[in-house]
Design a protein around this ligand. Structure first.
Ligand code: LMR
Length: 394
């Protein structure tokens, strides 16, 4: 059997992590994988999460199984965080998953089970692992234009024109905020127009929200997904806690299935639990329990909210600083898009050769499509990146 195995395509983000590790230069700069780093290059455990871990260690008396869909408290707390008052509890089925990727995968499984003919519409570009999983599962797939490489903003006309081609019942994968890899996002008016189009054409939205709080704030970043929850008959959501709770390795996420029609909850909930059982049985609990404790305790939640806000404003200051350095070097505003983008990422628009040149000359590691992780920068490295960009001819 093993003799039939062939090498699989490398994930470009993980490959870059490895290259960075192997580079002996001490001056190297990691703008690759989407992990938040502070000014010292550390990915700290958030204060409220650490405190919740202390409490959990003291209080927890068993590690026996929870429920197949995870602890109901986690589902409730996360539904409240992501959807606020856009829904009532009896509309939302949810299952804890191993990270946001687990939620994506389980969502795709649900689509394959319920609607195998549906085409999944994915933004071009998107997070590479979306494409990899869809391909692996053999799902019908199509891309919609999303990013205008000249303006580095959303290719709005292209997106709407492409989604017009979808057939009723197709599923549209949307990034809730902080689009990965581009950093270009829909504004509230555009979310309304997308919602109208989905309704008109009978399409089902699937929102991947992995960076809530890192763009315009915890509430504003949920504007689009909440609008869809209010207006669409059905909605799938994959929410990740990896980034905004800083618990990457705990693998904590939630798949939600929102239905307007009453009476759908029990079957939707049973289906999500069934899918968990088929793939890994019970989902990881540790991270989910920490998230629930943080969200349900007034003081912990307040402290966590403040820390997320610090992260967000730090990323925004780095955006402003880089834009300023580039303005000073080029005498132009052509990098103004960096200050407009939101979230951890921006796509610079460099060619693969320019990306390589910046890696060779300055030890700067970014994904081959020129996605940079803003949070990988600090006051010292911002001017170095600006120098490298100019030297590479951007
Ligand atoms: C990223 O886009 O860099 C992160 O979501 C990490 C990953 O798993 O790719």
């Amino acid at each position: 059997m093993f003799e039939t195995l062939v090498p699989q395509p490398a994930d470009k983000i993980l490959q870059l992590m490895q290259m960075f590790r192997e580079d002996p230069r001490t001056s190297k700069i990691d703008l690759g994988v989407g992990v938040y780093k502070d000014a010292d290059g550390k990915t700290p455990i958030m204060r409220a999460v650490k405190e919740a871990e202390h409490r959990l260690w003291n209080q927890q008396e068993t590690k026996s199984y929870t429920a197949l869909a995870g602890d109901p408290g986690f589902r409730g707390a996360m539904t409240d965080l992501v959807l606020g008052d856009a829904v009532t509890g009896d509309q939302v089925a949810g299952a804890a998953t191993p990270g946001g990727t687990g939620a994506i995968r389980q969502g795709f499984e649900l689509i394959g089970m319920a609607s195998p003919e549906a085409t999944l519409w994915i933004s071009a570009p998107t997070w590479p692992n979306h494409l990899s999983i869809v391909k692996y599962l053999g799902m019908p797939m199509a891309e919609y234009r999303y990013f205008d490489s000249a303006t580095r903003a959303v290719d709005w006309d292209g997106m709407m024109a492409d989604l017009e081609q979808a057939k009723p019942g197709d599923v549209v994968l949307l990034h809730g905020c902080c689009h990965n890899p581009t950093g270009a996002n829909l504004n509230p008016g555009q979310w309304h127009e997308v919602a109208d189009l989905l309704l008109k054409k009978g399409l089902v939205p699937f929102v991947d929200i992995a960076y809530q709080g890192f763009g315009d704030g915890l509430e504003k970043d949920a504007y689009g997904v909440r609008h869809l929850a209010r207006t669409q008959p059905e909605l799938l959501i994959a929410a990740s806690c990896s980034k905004n709770f800083g618990i990457y390795r705990e693998r904590t996420g939630l798949l939600m299935a929102v239905a307007q029609e009453s009476g759908r909850l029990a079957l939707n909930q049973d289906t999500l639990a069934f899918l968990n059982r088929q793939n890994y049985s019970f989902p990881p609990d540790h991270g989910a329990r920490l998230v629930t404790m943080v969200l349900e305790d007034g003081a912990l939640r307040q402290d966590w909210t403040a820390e997320v806000e610090d992260i967000r404003t730090n990323i925004l200051s780095l955006r402003e600083a880089l834009t300023e350095e580039l303005r000073a070097r080029t005498g132009s505003d052509r990098f103004g898009f960096l200050a407009e983008h939101r979230g951890m990422f921006s796509r610079l628009g460099a060619t693969p050769e320019q990306v390589e040149a910046m890696r060779e000359s300055h030890g700067i590691y970014m994904v081959g499509d020129s996605r940079i992780n803003m949070a990988g920068l600090n006051a010292t490295t911002v001017p170095i990146l600006a120098d490298a960009m100019v030297a590479a001819g951007l």
